[in-house]
Design a protein around this ligand. Sequence first.
Ligand code: SAH
Length: 213
Amino acid sequence: MRDTSKHQGLRNQLAKLLEQKGIYDEKVLNTIRNIPRHLFIDSSFEDHAYQDKAFPILADQTISQPYTVAFQTQMLSIKPGDKVLEIGTGSGYQTAVLLELKAEVYSIERQHELFKRTSLFLPKIGYKPKKFIFGDGYKGFPEKAPYDKIIVTAGAPYVPKPLLSQLKVGGMLLIPVGDKTQIMTSFVRKSLKEFEKEELGNFAFVPMLEKKN
Ligand code: SAH
């Protein structure tokens, strides 16, 4: 596993492109500049690593498009020490972004092969979440609730109730909702019973699945 000045140059270009597309949070742009995304995809496809597009990984899943990762992270305005629940570990790239921002991350993946691979790989390159969880994101992770932020990185047909209930008051759930394409939707918990909902535009994700295959 190598990271070279060529990779660094490509990352700087990618960060510049994301800035042009509307990402303004310098801390988020820095995570894009720092994280060796080419290590998260099969090495024979390294050339694709720093283009702004999603790419296939194991088990018919994808590593999210860099713009999408940056957009979701920017929306969440992660602060050091934030307790964050991530649904859909996948390649672990979004997890690494959250960890670069010094969040305490709990990350859930339902696909066993990906769970195994990513929970070995991420710590190896220096990214250590509090816990990798093999399980169903629809249930959240009540053991460590409540969370400051909950991020869903798969397209959800509806908003799972447990995720709303595992938010701190003042916390935010960010979830792409819809079947074929999704509307990025944020829910800020105003009180125990009140949530403020906002719709933030269209995105495309692989589906959030409900039953284990
Ligand atoms: N952030 C990841 C996105 C991976 S794609 C990355 O950039 O690599 C979405 C991931 O969500 C897939 O790995 C998929 O297996 C996972 N997923 C789908 N449904 C899920 C569920 N119900 N619970 C947990 N993970 C789920």
